[in-house]
Design a protein around this ligand. Structure first.
Ligand code: WQD
Length: 359
């Protein structure tokens, strides 16, 4: 029986909202929930999801709901027949996680445990979990395959992802009804081609691309480069940047696999397979946008690794998925979002059908 209805936790967020576009375009009925800890919105709804409806011409059922409130979550499962879940909802700022470990463990681990318990109570065992390349820690070899050891992690955020993967393995070993895919993202950047949705965290930016765009907009004077003494081509950190729309289509591919195969639990890298340094990314960004990004070299950032990029072969072979967008696309699409929305999403909601329910 093909999946029809998918619950997307964290659906108003950066990756969540882009994933909802692809799910709607693939014909799924989408129920999205978010607690707005890291996305703009309120009980009336989410500007990001209102714009998702504008882009797709399709409806999204939305709930303001915190996974730490089990009764509210239970109500949603009581009201809808949910065939599968994509779980994005989590705190994800690496630096913040080091200052507030309890908040991260409570929110990310307890939220996952509540979701699993209620899924099981409602006989829903199909799950795509938003994991991260951070679970690999400092790579022993590159490119990184899914068989690379996990667990030697340098920050609390990454440890929550690792612990949840381990919990899911134990759950799957104890009850073979579960059918789970963990998607290990590399560095998500870019925005939907319309420029209507993009990255707009309610907290301080921490990632390179949004920082670079703020400098290009003149909102910040310089881009601080954390370390130019790494053992890389130009001394700056190397990462595998992947377009958020490629990431979104990877989730649809994962649902397709769960729909067709009982694999119990499996992890897949979602990356391009190309390592790009900070200086290289700045160069492409300046060329594509025509904007200047003055740099200021500083020491290494605590917790940073030198280089990380994916071997995306397993996802190609088993998910029939590979990244399509180029670095130029990532920069151009992010810049379109940023210039069309220099202050992010409107803080006031337009009236639209995607009005939320508060749980
Ligand atoms: C990229 C590179 C920095 C900012 C994090 C999470 C990871 C994933 C993606 C969720 C590094 C350098 C950055 C700046 C800089 N998130 N940099 N100046 O740390 O690779 O990964 O986000 O899954 O789990 O850990 O991303 O964008 O912060 O850094 O020089 O102002 O850019 O040193 O080399 P990171 P990032």
């Amino acid at each position: 029986m093909p999946f029809k209805t998918v619950l997307v936790t964290g659906g108003a967020g950066y990756i969540g909202s882009h994933c909802v576009v692809e799910l709607l375009e693939a014909g799924y009925e989408v129920i999205a929930l978010d607690n707005f800890v890291n996305a703009v919105g309120n009980a009336e709804g989410s500007p990001a999801l209102q714009r998702v409806e504008q882009i797709t011409g399709k409806k999204v059922t939305f709930y303001q709901c915190d996974l730490l409130h089990k009764e509210a979550l239970e109500d949603i499962f009581d009201k809808h027949t949910i065939d599968c879940v994509i779980h994005f909802a989590a705190l994800k700022a690496v630096g913040e996680s080091m200052q507030q470990p309890l908040m991260y463990y409570q929110n990310n681990l307890l939220g996952m445990l509540n979701l699993l318990e209620i899924m099981r109570r409602h006989n829903c065992f199909q799950l795509v979990f938003s994991s991260s390349c951070t679970v690999y820690g400092e790579p022993e070899s590159l490119p990184i395959t899914e068989t690379h050891p996990t667990g030697t992690i340098t920050n609390v955020y990454g440890r929550t992802k690792y612990f949840i993967e381990e919990m899911l393995k134990d759950l799957s070993a104890a009850d073979n009804a579960w059918n789970i895919i963990a998607l290990r993202y590399f560095n998500p950047v870019g925005a939907h081609q319309s420029g209507l949705i993009g990255e707009d965290p309610t907290k301080e930016f921490t990632n390179l691309m949004p920082f670079m765009a703020q400098v290009a907009l003149g909102k910040k004077p310089v881009l601080t480069v954390f370390g130019d003494d790494y053992a890389t081509e130009d001394g700056t950190g190397v990462r595998d940047y992947i377009h958020v729309m490629d990431l979104a289509s990877g989730h649809v591919a994962a649902l397709n696999l769960l729909n067709s195969k009982h694999l119990r639990i499996k992890a897949f890298n979602l990356g391009t397979g190309k390592g790009v340094s900070v200086r290289q990314l700045v160069g492409v960004f300046e060329r594509v946008t025509g904007a200047k990004v003055p740099l200021k070299m500083e020491g290494r950032r605590i917790g940073d690794i030198c280089a990380m990029w994916a071997d995306p072969g397993l996802a190609k072979e088993e998910l029939n998925w590979s990244a399509k967008f180029t670095l130029e696309d990532m920069c151009a699409d992010f810049w379109r979002w940023q210039t069309m929305n220099p202050d992010g999403y409107p803080k006031k909601l337009k009236h639209s059908s995607c009005n939320g329910h508060s749980k």
